[in-house]
Design a protein around this ligand. Structure first.
Ligand SMILES: [Zn+2]
Length: 95
């Protein structure tokens, strides 16, 4: 079983702690266009469907992704992943 949330605070491949999004955020902080201590990543949301069944509530895997800033690495990895329950769909009535 995977324990959620899944959190990685550095690149699991090379150990680099900087991501491309964070370097952009750090520039914004330096230019005072963002508050100090701001964290950055890119979001990826994926509803989970069973192709064979209609489900009432669709779980969503929400991941904040980072791209490793190490120029010889560049791995895309998960900074934080969590599961959510999406909007509930009414079952189609067959009256
Ligand atoms: Zn890396």
């Amino acid at each position: 079983m995977v324990e959620f949330p899944v959190i990685h605070d550095k690149c699991p491949l090379c150990g680099c702690e900087e991501t491309l999004a964070q370097s952009i955020m750090d520039d914004l902080i330096k230019e005072r266009r963002a508050g100090p201590g701001g964290k950055a990543g890119t979001i990826w949301q994926s509803p989970i469907y069973d192709p064979l069944r209609t489900t009432l509530a669709v779980p969503i895997l929400q991941s904040i992704l980072g791209i490793c800033a190490n120029p010889v690495c560049g791995v895309v990895f998960c900074l934080r992943a969590d599961k959510q329950v999406g909007p509930t769909h009414e079952p189609s009535s067959s009256s």
